[in-house]
Design a protein around this ligand. Sequence first.
Ligand code: PLP
Length: 374
Amino acid sequence: MATGTGTAMDRPSGAQRIYNFGAGPATMPVEVLERAQAELVNWHQAGLSVMEMSHRGTEFVAIAAQAEAKLRKLLAVPATHEVLFLQGGATLQFAGVPMNLLRGKKKADYVNTGEWSKKAISEAKKFCEVNVAASSEDRNFTYAPKQSTWKLSKDAAYVHYCSNETIGGVEFHWTPETGDVPLVADMSSHILSKPLDVSKYGLIYAGAQKNIGPAGLVLVIARADLLGEVVAGTPNVMNYKLQSDADSMLNTPPTFSVYLAGLTFDWLLARGGLEGIAKVNAHKAALLYDYLDGQDFYSNPVDREDRSLMNVPFRLRDDKHDAKFLELAEARGLSQLKGHRSVGGMRASIYNAMPVEGVEALVAFMQEFARAHA
Ligand SMILES: *Cc1c(COP(=O)(O)O)cnc(C)c1O
């Protein structure tokens, strides 16, 4: 698979591609890449590539408007919420959230469930007092703390949590209740993996490079009535209200990433939308977790009810086999399985674009490797 002699450019479309289990930038649907390839040099007979279009021209304005419309359809985004296509990744929104949502208040509640929560918390501390309302640090971030344990503050401007911890492989399969206090979620690594009730959220953000498209783009969905009052000194491009008024084009947007996101939304709509992809995702995750649970060569540390359907960390019984496992996997075209440096072991990210066959190939390889090294 990964051993072809030609360069990627020589290969037949789609053929000889590896199965990329990387956490992000992640695998994209091959149908999306092929369509982009077909349209690359001369988009819809316009005589130029999307990359070369003016972001103010009729063609690109239509591409961006259609991307938003398709996303609204997929997620059934209510009219109360604005959809923004911004830059700076999820990391910049760690600051953007307090800048835009404190609205004169001095405190925010955060739930700490792992590496990404911790980063969001440390950035928020630059802008306000952070109350850590719940944490799973006591058991090394291997579960989602039950709502009954959350200690929310009455005067918080918002409640923030990471609904899928990409590194630890912990996913909230329920929506927290925060009363009148707006709920904010970092959904970078599982947005569009299943249906979502957007109306329950004050704000959702997600970097594109996991389930939406290429890096360089971040999606923000925010309740319009929360926007407009920013922390003093907030740059205009970080002001969600100004961006919303300018259709996310206060400055030059990441045009090609927006276009590819739109193609990914088409791909999802053609597969039965989020209900359709959720069935496939549940099937893929079950293949891997059922295998993990049925043997003792590999293990996954996460509480069963909180396991991520997108990011599956696992360890080998003896980490002396790790290097060999990765080497043999790579030779089979099963790529980027190394776990994050903070947790070690392995991690298989099985986002929307990972085909069922990729997970089947991984499980078959894991079985074989376990037999040979038990
Ligand atoms: C990948 C990721 C981020 C960081 O995204 P950047 O685009 O690199 O800023 C933040 N949160 C979560 C949950 C992620 O998976």
